[in-house]
Each structure stands twice: as C-alpha cells, then as structure tokens.
Ligand binder design. Sequence first.
Ligand SMILES: [Zn+2]
Length: 199
Amino acid sequence: MYAPPVQRLITELGKLPGIGQRTAQRLAFHLLRADTEDANALADAIREVKERIGLCEVCFNLADEPRCRICQDARRDVELICVVEEPGDVIPIERTHEYRGRYHVLGGALSPIDGVDPEDLKIAELFTRVEAGGVREVVLATNPTTTGEATALHIAAALRERAPGVAVTRLASGLPVGADLEYADEVTLGKALAGRRAL
Ligand SMILES: [Zn+2]
C-alpha cells in the first residue's frame, strides 16, 4: 500500500508499546512532514541510548558509566536497598523525596506462566549484595500486581534464610492494586514508602 520505506517505518513504530496500527501510521506521516533536522534528532537519540546506556554494575539501573549516578552518590544510605522491577520504577520513588537509600533493579517480575523464573531476573545478584554485609533493610517495591507480589514473597522468604539479620519490608498498602508503580502519584507512593511494613 505504501512505498517500502514508509511501510517499514510504520511497522517499526507499531512495535512500540501502546502504539496500534493507526497511531503508527499517524506518527509515520508526522515524521514524513517534519523537518529533516527534527526527524534525524529522533533517530540519533534512539541510536545514542542504544550505544551509550547500559546497566549499572551494582544495581542494574540504567547508567552511562559502569555505575549509575545513585550508586556513585556517597550521600545515599548504602545500608538500605529498594528493590524494583524496572529502571522506570526508580524515577517515581526518587520524586517522592522520601527515600535516601540505593536500589536494585530486577529487570521484571516472576511469572512462571510467561517463562520468567528467578534466574531470568537479577535476584541472585541481590542476594550476593545483601550477603556481602552492610545492609540494614531491603524494601520490596515491586508492583502491587500478582506477579509483583509473588516476586516480593519469593525474595522475602529467601532473604529470611540467607540474611536473617536484615529487615525485609514491603510498601504499605494504599497503592492502586494491579497498577504499575510507574503510574502512582508521588504523594501516594511517598506514604506507601513511609508506612512500609515488615514482611
Ligand atoms: Zn547503580
């Protein structure tokens, strides 16, 4: 229907989350109309994140150096680790200004049905970090979804055995059940953090 380059752009845009066929077409036509400079800036930005952004060697958050900015920040409390599913979950927690510890990004949540098992996530790396000592509390801030809850329970049970002296807490209820942390407003999330409970 379209010239092959246009069809290719529509196909690629359509692979993005939340972008259906019609939106992909609309975006493709927008890019065709846009200045060459603006369109190239988008292409360059995509290429640059893929080339320069990797995962922090400590917490697996996004980083443009071996360690992310939070792990490099000496003012952050090293005895406190907040466990989240995705790098995108760090931002809403940072926005609450309630949390001064460090993070551990799992890279997803356990979901045996979808073939996501503990070894597919950075769970062993979390245990290694905690077992190395110097950790006072692990806050499980996985999403309040079925898979997020299952992940929190799995990690809590393992940490009770591996590191009995470390407090394991979960965000307080009040977060919309079934929703992603990413979409929680900062007041609700701040309260959930402040009111976290032992697991
Ligand atoms: Zn880090």
